[in-house]
Design a protein around this ligand. Structure first.
Ligand SMILES: [Zn+2]
Length: 200
């Protein structure tokens, strides 16, 4: 009969292992949609003065640029307002009024969530989830950044002819559908491979 020590050890052993998460083609739906949106987003390079102004609002030195969300060393600039919501472009683009320095961890964790909700939310890697100090101060700097100037908002649907627009999103659906069917085929192949493995 198992003692409670055995139970504790079993629990510890189970917790010590983590199976790598497998990226299936099915789990690519969001990244495919994001790629279809990113592919039509214009990028506007900022001037040196604009970079200086942006860093001044965030109270950062060019020689020590930090993540605007958590304060770690920054590795990239992240879209403050998401480019994609409900699988369609929001109209915000890549321009400095909509970009802030970020670390990879924050950029990944924030995804397409509204920045304030994410910062105050309990996502594992959000500033609140990580239990970081000075969150209110960082939020007020980002609010100042939002007040800096109105971001460009592109009305894709009034610029691009309706037919082209609909065609573009049907291409996106087709790719997602193809990937789903590829995954179904892959599932069958994997089942055959699993069957061939030596039994333990
Ligand atoms: Zn960060």
């Amino acid at each position: 009969m198992a003692t409670s020590n055995d139970d504790t050890r079993t629990r510890l052993l189970m917790a010590a292992f983590r199976m790598p998460s497998i990226q299936t083609m099915r789990s690519r739906k969001t990244s495919i949609t994001n790629a279809f949106v990113s592919a039509i987003i214009p990028s506007i390079r900022p001037s040196v003065d604009e970079i200086a102004e942006a860093l001044a609002i965030l109270r950062m030195e060019p020689s020590d640029v930090r993540c605007a969300y958590c304060g770690d060393k920054s590795s990239e600039w992240d879209h403050l307002r998401p480019l994609v919501v409900k699988r369609r472009p929001t109209g915000f683009i890549s321009e400095i009024a909509n970009l802030v320095p970020s670390c990879g961890k924050c950029n990944q964790s924030k995804g397409n969530t509204a920045w304030r909700d994410w910062m105050l939310g309990k996502a594992k890697l959000s500033p609140t989830g990580r239990g970081l100090p000075n969150i209110a101060e960082r939020i007020s700097r980002l609010e100042a950044y939002e007040r800096w100037r109105a971001p460009i908002r592109v009305e894709f649907e009034s610029i691009v002819p309706r037919e082209s627009w609909d065609h573009y999103w049907s291409l996106c659906e087709q790719v997602i559908d193809d990937m789903r069917r590829c995954q179904e085929f892959a599932d069958k192949l994997r089942a055959q491979v699993v069957d061939s493995l030596p039994r333990t």
